[in-house]
Write a protein that binds this ligand. Sequence first.
Ligand code: FE2
Length: 381
Amino acid sequence: MNPFLISTKCPMLFGCGTSMTVASKIQELGCKKVMIVCDDWLSQQENFKAFMNTFSEVETYVWNHVIPDPTDISVEEGAVIARQENIDGIIGIGGGSSLDSAKAINTLIHSDFPINQYFAELGPDAKVPNPGVPMILIPTTSGTGADCSPSTVITNTRLNNVKNNLFVPTGIPDLAVVDPDWAMTMPPKLTASCGFDVFSHAIETISSSCWNPMSETIALKCIDIVWTYLERAYHNGSDVEAREYMHFASSAVAVAFSDSLINLGHEIAHMIGARYHIPHGDCCAMVTPACLKFLAGKLPVEMGRIAKTLGVDDREDGLGDRLYDAVLAFRKRLGIMSASEHGLDKAEFMSMADDLSSPVFLSYTMTADDYRSILADIISE
Ligand SMILES: [Fe+2]
């Protein structure tokens, strides 16, 4: 076994209704005036108003200007307000964009602007921010796992409009409050899309070059959960048990991929998302069957474990085709569109093979021809 690091990122409080204790939790962390970071839509909802009513001892400032795929500019605007308001605690609530915005604002609250100087893409030139303030994150969708992952995704508008990552201590909350009540109102399409994001995070944890047995254990359990509960949550949003398990898996697999980092599926999905502006989870769903088929030929032992978890025959002979068929059928049952249903041009789609690089954290080195074989499967579905 190769040496590995298991890093426990933050405590997670899980359960229906737990977010109603956040006001007292942030007070226990010594905060007197907290910024609630969310989007405008959430701030209008009745459950958000009920949540805000739990704050009596702690002063709040609701910054509801989160935008989808937050940019360097948008999070800096939030940080300016946080400083002006003398904020001493942050609560991020919402989907991945809101949680990433909260993390970025925390990164800037005691550190120099711009946010871009802390991007991991700068390598050793990336600056390290000063410590931030106490932070609690509350996911309202079952998908990104941003509450339990150490990365913060921010679009770099000052350079090339590409999504960059912050891997900074200020992106790790003091507490993740994973309350499935918030996920109950996710519409079916969003449920399916976010659920496939969880599924792909779990699969890529298994194919990672930073594999470790604890991450694998969590990831296989999360694959089992998605396989068992995602369709139930998709068909019946009020299915509490299905919502609970999906919400748990979203955060739990983020703990797993914090150490065994995501790789092939997201490498392709991110490029599709950037080029065609298709939601992230749908991109993950688009690429996952073909990636499994490809990886079964390269990492048969690891893909066999996934097959076994799915109840698919895990013998090496024909493994890729069986995984492909099972997961493609799953995606279709969830009503997620294929690349051709999106109307993507085949030649343009295939040209991505020349622009994709081999994922740093994949246990196999990808070539352009490897990518061509995967992209050909995706565009032919
Ligand atoms: Fe993802």
